[in-house]
Each structure stands twice: as C-alpha cells, then as structure tokens.
Design a protein around this ligand. Structure first.
Ligand code: AMP
Length: 597
C-alpha cells in the first residue's frame, strides 16, 4: 500500500466527527489489506508501531522534530518555530513548508511498509548519538514526502496523530470489512481484543481465518488481558441485593493492580491496569511469584500494596506510587517499602484458560495454585449472605488497611469478563473522611518484636486511650511508623520500668502483644482517620455493639509526651468525639447501638 493512500484516509478521518463515517472510511481502508500491511495500518492508525502494552516509544521531542522539518524543507528553524506557534501544530507547518518547496502534490513513492520500517529505526535508536539518527531518518522520510504525507508523518512521530480513532472504532471497522458487520460479529471481535490487547493480531487473524479464527485467539503468557472492572453501589444492602442475596466479599486493597504472567521456565512479567509492563519496578514479586504460584504457565491478578516490614501491616498506597517509574535506587526503596501482592483471580492455570469458568471455581483454582509467601498471598475473602456479616467484614477490611470491600458474584455466568465493567464485581469503599488533623496522645501498653531491619528491637507498639469511667486503657492502634532508629533503640530503656509478664488487668485489647507494659509512657500519634474495628477496644460499643475505634495509618509524630501521665492521655470519650466529628463516618450502624460513654 502506498503511504499516500493512508495519508488521504487520515485526512478524511480528520474531517469527520461522526463515528459512523469514520467506521466506513476505516473499513474501506482495511478491506483490501492482508497480513503485513493490515497489521501496520492498524497499529499506525492507533498512533502505535506495536501493541500498546509493548510500550515502544519513538522518543522524538518537539525540538527534534522541528529541526527535522527545518532541514527537510530548507527553512530556518526559528521560522519553523514561529509558524508552529501560530498554528499550534508542527504537522501543519511541515505540510505548508513541503508544499512551498514542491507546489504540486507529487507522488512520493513511499509505501506504508517503508515508512513503518523507518519509524521502527527511529524507535530503536537509543543512547549516544541516537538523536542524530532519529533526525536523519525523519529528514530522509520528509524529503521524500508529499505535503499531506509530511503532515501525518510529523504528527505521528510527535504522538499527536489527531484522527481520533479509538480502539472500539477500529473494532467496528474490522467487523464491517471482514465480517458481516453484525452486532454479534463485533462482540466476538471485541472479545478477542479484550483477551489479547492486540488489534494487529485480531485484524490479521480475522482477515485470514474469519470469525472462527477470532474465536481461537485466546490467552498468551506475556500478552496482557484487558482487566475486568467493577461497578459500584452506595450501600452494602444494595450490593447484596444486586448479587442475589449472596456474594463473596474480598478486602479491597488500595494499591496497584498487577496482572502477573508466569511462563513455564520461571520467567515472570507484570502488567499494570493500563497494560504497561511494570516488571522492573517489583523485582521481589518477579522473584517470589514462581515459588508462590505453582501452576505455570499461569496468568493471575492481584493488588500490590506496601507492607510495613516490621508490623506486616498494610501501608498507605502513596508508598507504592513512590516506586513507580523509578529506576535508580530501586534496591533501597525495595528494602524500605516492600510490597505484597494479594491475588484475587486466575485466568490461566497450568497453561489452560480458566477465565470463562465461574468465580467460585476460579477461586478454588486460585487457592489450589498458590502457596502463600511473604510477598505473594491470597486476597482475604468471605462468603456472606447477610448485611450484618458484610458490615463486619467491611470493618475488618478497613481495620486491616483496606479501603473497602469488593463483592464478587457467585452466580452462574460469573466468568472473568475481560475489558468489561459490570455488576459481577461491585466495589464498596468506605467513605473517605477529610482526614484527622488532631493528634492523639496514646499510652504504650504493649510492644511487638521487630522483623527485618528492626530484628532484635521493638518494631511496633500497642497504644491505648484512657477511659476514666471504666478506669481502663483501651487499645486503638498498633504503631510502627514515624520512629527513627535512635528513638526505637531507646524504647526498651524507656519502657523497662513498666514491663510486666502478662497483660495488665487495666488494659483492654483484642490484640496480643509480644511484651506487655503497665500504662506509663505517652506518645503523640497522628493518623488518616478513625474507623470501627473488631479488634481495638477504644469506646467499644459506643457506635456499634461489638466494635471499638481504631486509628487508621497511625504514625508517631516524634513527640514523647513525658509531660503527661497515662491518665492525662487522650480519653476514649475524646476519641469518640473525634470520630463523630469526621466529615463522614463508617456505614450506618445496623443496630442503633447507643450507650454513650
Ligand atoms: P476502582 O479502581 O476504584 O475502580 O476499583 C477497582 C480496583 O480495585 C481494581 O481494578 C483493583 O485494582 C482493585 N482491587 C483491590 N482489591 C481487589 C479485589 N479483592 N478484587 C478485585 N479488585 C481489587
């Protein structure tokens, strides 16, 4: 195919905002093509050279393209820059300057195959001298291009091909060119795209083998599957209703979705929700997954969250995002912010596609395929059929650092629906509050042995508030963050005089510390919000019969309140007032538990 034909089609696409017309233009463009050219045209029309997940970039900056346009058209660079400032589009400038040089639209003789392979050279140029290579290849192309071709070449390399072709428009056009154009054909083609994330493969298979071929496009290790997405409902009541009264609830971990592809030979590739490869950011997962998932070749999905190495508690998501895109210093960040992948689905097990199986079956397979390790575990799950059970599980999830729950349908038809958002999965997030700005003075009543970097010292402490009415110290958090090494090292000495063999009778907590202390030392902590908790005992029963208050994501401010005795610490009553003062609170209590303090 001549590149001029493609440029002409882009010109027509650009001129119409109508999806139907775009579909016809594209269908006409695709229809005569097969294999190589079809694949190239499909990728180019998406502004790509390869499927998006391969992440291949041309690496052409504006300045570089400007230089190429100037050289190719014999214009000085400042003039190119000035004109581009006026039009806002270097592609237009390239078109104008090329036309000025060669007033008649000549036949350039450029073919799509040629242009594509030159663009590949631009993408492949890396390291020293690569800029020169990119400019040279681009200049050579532009010198031969017609004005219209120059316009689209420049836009392509800048990533601003504005023909507005979305993936689904290409799917529509493919259905029209190579199948009957029916709804059914379209949905089969879309299905193949959702499983392969590669319209080039979809197009060439369809052109060669028709819809039968399309149906055979399945999962391939190393080729990401477009993720299944969730709908939302405002209350747990409605969630259960939608699910037909019974559902699997899972913690909704607040991190980064990871799709892990495990090859037979132990090779692992990780993809983000947007199908970018992120293997290099999580070497510890790449290392642990082959040990944890004993069903390779396999494709599994989970959520990756940071874990405090000392307390094994889930940390706020921002900690993971600090690792994104990081190349330097990865080892240090990895040690400081280790992550854990909580697996929640399996699409390919032992080389066999299982995505079409119903969810209970997939979960069973997932459990059978995973030997949990420190870095790779299963998402916590409970089957519920009562709102009260769902509420209790939600509280547990939030107390464990989750942001809510994910409900999953157990009904017939509960297959993994790649690329689709629907009520088979429903997310229910705890409403976020504006955060807690007040600090809390907590009394140290327990200590937990450190792990990893903190082996041999305390890694975290159990803190309590005081309830003057009951004369009790009620736990509200386990804090490990915010201590520097010197402060941690000094803690045993500070606590020595309070150490006791067993839990002091005045201390109330659902947690069992490694060491217990009589209430004495007061620390100032801050956190994200107060939530209901099944394990902490602060103001227990005040909001809900069997729940206490807990501080989410607690952090030591660095301030020891040696000026305060334990009974002068924050009281349970104050904590309750802080809870109530939060903009939004936990889900409405199922029973209107009263009993103010
Ligand atoms: P949202 O990003 O708010 O639309 O919520 C959906 C996302 O929640 C998914 O894409 C996952 O990244 C994440 N997630 C966390 N825990 C789970 C879970 N147990 N099952 C499915 N998705 C989960």
């Amino acid at each position: 195919m001549r590149f001029a034909e493609l440029a002409a089609a882009y010109e027509r696409l650009e001129a119409t905002p109508k999806r139907l017309e775009m579909r016809t233009i594209l269908a006409d463009l695709f229809r005569p093509l097969r294999a190589g050219d079809l694949e190239r045209v499909v990728y180019l029309s998406q502004g790509l050279l390869h499927p998006e997940y391969e992440g291949i970039e041309l690496g052409v900056a504006d300045s570089l393209a400007r230089r190429a346009v100037a050289q190719a058209t014999g214009t000085d660079e400042p003039a190119v820059a000035r004109r581009t400032k006026e039009t806002g589009d270097l592609g237009l400038t390239a078109q104008e300057r090329t036309a000025a040089r060669t007033p008649l639209e000549p036949r350039s003789g450029l073919t799509v195959a040629e242009v594509y392979s030159e663009l590949e050279k631009i993408a492949a140029a890396k390291g020293d001298g690569s800029q020169e290579v990119k400019v040279r290849v681009l200049v050579d192309l532009l010198v031969r291009a017609s004005p219209l071709e120059a316009k689209f070449l420049v836009r392509f390399v800048l990533g601003t091909l504005r023909v507005g072709v979305r993936e689904m428009t290409i799917v529509d056009a493919l259905a029209e060119s190579f199948a009957a154009g029916t709804k059914e054909a379209r949905s089969r083609i879309e299905g193949a795209f959702n499983l392969s994330s590669d319209l080039g493969v979809v197009a060439t298979t369809l052109a060669a083998d028709g819809l039968a071929g399309i149906d055979r496009i399945g999962l391939t290790v190393g080729r990401p599957v477009r993720p299944m997405l969730a709908e939302r409902e405002p209350t747990l009541d409605k969630v259960l209703d939608r699910m037909g009264g019974r559902a699997a609830l899972e913690y909704k971990y607040d991190g980064l979705r990871v799709q892990a592809h495990l090859a037979k030979d132990g090779r692992v590739r990780l993809f983000s929700r947007r199908l970018e490869e992120i293997s290099a950011q999580f070497p510890e997962l790449v290392a642990d997954l082959p040990r944890a998932v004993v069903a390779a070749p396999a494709i599994v999905e989970g959520e990756c969250v940071p874990i405090d190495p000392d307390t094994d508690e889930i940390q706020p998501f921002q900690e993971v995002s600090r690792r994104r895109g990081r190349k330097h210093d990865l080892a240090r960040v990895q040690a400081e912010i280790p992550v854990c992948l909580f697996l929640f689905d399996i699409l390919l097990a032992d080389g066999v596609p299982v995505y079409a199986e119903e969810f209970p079956e997939r979960r069973r397979r997932l459990e059978a395929s995973v030997r949990p390790t420190e870095r790779v575990r299963l998402a916590a799950q409970r089957i519920v059929s009562e709102v009260s059970e769902a509420t209790a599980f939600l509280e547990e999830a939030v107390a464990a650092g989750g942001e809510g729950v994910m409900a999953k349908s157990l009904k017939p038809g509960s297959a993994y629906r790649a690329g689709a958002r629907g009520y088979w999965w429903i997310k229910y997030k705890r409403d976020y509050t504006e955060g807690l700005t007040d600090s809390i003075d907590g009394v140290v009543v327990g200590g937990f042995a450190g792990r990893g970097r903190r082996a041999g010292v305390f890694g975290a402490f159990l803190l309590a508030v005081y309830d003057p009415k009951r004369d009790r110290f009620e736990s509200f958090c386990k804090v490990g963050s915010g201590f520097d090494d010197a402060q941690l090292a000094a803690m045993p000495k500070r606590l020595e005089k309070f150490a006791v063999a067993e839990r002091p009778p005045e201390v109330d907590s659902g947690l069992t510390a490694d060491r217990w202390f009589r209430p004495g030392l007061v620390l100032e902590v801050q956190g994200a919000e107060l939530t209901l908790s099944p394990i902490h005992r602060a103001a227990r029963g005040a909001v809900r019969a069997d729940a206490g208050l807990a501080l989410r994501f607690p952090r030591f401010t660095g301030r020891f309140r040696d000026d305060k005795g334990p009974t002068e610490a924050t009281t349970a009553h104050e904590l309750l007032a802080m809870y109530r003062g939060q903009v939004r609170q936990a889900p409405p209590a199922s029973d209107d538990a009263a009993a103010a303090l």
